[in-house]
Design a binder for this molecule. Sequence first.
Ligand SMILES: Cc1cc2nc3c(=O)[nH]c(=O)nc-3n(C[C@H](O)[C@H](O)[C@H](O)COP(=O)(O)OP(=O)(O)OC[C@H]3O[C@@H](n4cnc5c(N)ncnc54)[C@H](O)[C@@H]3O)c2cc1C
Length: 422
Amino acid sequence: MTNRNLVIIGGGPAGLAAAKAAYDCGERDIIILEREPELGGILNQCIHNGFGLHTFKEELTGPEYAARYIEQVEQRGIEYRLNATVIDINKDKQVTYVSEKDGLVTIQAKAVILACGCRERPRGAINIAGMRGAGVFSAGTAQKLVNIQGYLPGKEVVILGSGDIGLIMARRMTFEGAKVKAVVELMPYSSGLNRNIVQCLNDFDIPLYFSHTVTQIQGKDRVTGVVVAQVNDKLQPIKETEQLIPCDTLLLSVGLLPENELAKNAEVQLSTTTGGAVVDENLMTSVEGIFQCGNVLHVHDLVDFVSAESENAGKCAVEYIRGGQICKDKLTINCTNGVRYCVPTVLNKDEVYASQSFKMRVANVFKKVELAVFADGVKVYGKKRPVVAPGEMENITLSADIMKVLKNAQSVEITLIKGDAK
Ligand SMILES: Cc1cc2nc3c(=O)[nH]c(=O)nc-3n(C[C@H](O)[C@H](O)[C@H](O)COP(=O)(O)OP(=O)(O)OC[C@H]3O[C@@H](n4cnc5c(N)ncnc54)[C@H](O)[C@@H]3O)c2cc1C
């Protein structure tokens, strides 16, 4: 077994930013373990632009954004292993990976950062009836086929789910000569960014059907069509509204699942809402010395926020390695009245706080609301928002003074005031 101060699992934007920040805080004994043959994570297949507006004040493609961080990691001489899949980690921070070059290796780490990203929900998770012909892909798989391997997975396409990956693939398939017949969304709103609806659907006259779903996939050897139906307010399909859309391909963009199998092995407490870890303001999980950041923690809309959060995780991991205080007295933040979750989820009561930002998502589209924070039932912060939606991550920053109040409270709540669901 070898020893390392800091092991980072995942060489996507989260892992790269964490490594860079840890190095800049003075830590030199760092290794990044990445299972793919290249660093960069999911960004390598996102060849569209729209990345980096916050971080670099420029509109970059995914590979360009990744390249900037890869360059910074390489300039610093931070060590990384490619084709190295981590297969286990335990609560004592022993990380086991396997690679063709090194074989099976176990590293005893002082701190571990989990930056493993997400995977897509597959067809099996949503139980669509029908045949099992070829032509059903997750949107991310189709993106890899088109952008990296140079294959067009189909010519007449229906997309189920209006998250960002589905929206981006609607435009991408159109660019490549396919006809996207419809994007079908179960909910009465999109879970993707508004800018993607405008730029990827409206600009190409691709219809978006809210409150609809696919009830059946037809076609024995290859998909020949899908049956689409409107759903009622209990999200049940309305039989009389069923219509057949002939197509040869169905792309599924029906949610992302944080890659948390390793976290479970290490007995990290997971949130039932996000599927990511429950973390404190240092991004430390319930297991001392194991940190989490990026999409494995909660699904971010913009990679810039992934980088900022992960830099923080890198800094906090270094503080921990150097013997930073471990607080035992923690307070869980309650999210209520339309706020689905917030990160961080718990606060260390003994910590001396500077200002602190909280990321959160809401459960529905609400207009003219106030995002408010209460300590022991007293409002200590409010931020007016004309509209909030599940697809856009919300952010509030609380001053050091407010954080002092929260630290001394028995209960803290983040909530929406005067929210009217659309
Ligand atoms: C289709 C699509 C379009 C997007 N469009 C935009 C956009 O326009 N603008 C924007 O700002 N953001 C966009 N994003 C979001 C952005 O790409 C993500 O937020 C970001 O990539 C998340 O970074 P991450 O490092 O957490 O995860 P990832 O990029 O997924 O990286 C995780 C890495 O961990 C590795 N890994 C996982 N498990 C293991 C293991 N056991 N052992 C070793 N390595 C492991 C994976 O191989 C991967 O490289 C988009 C995302 C997608 C999927």
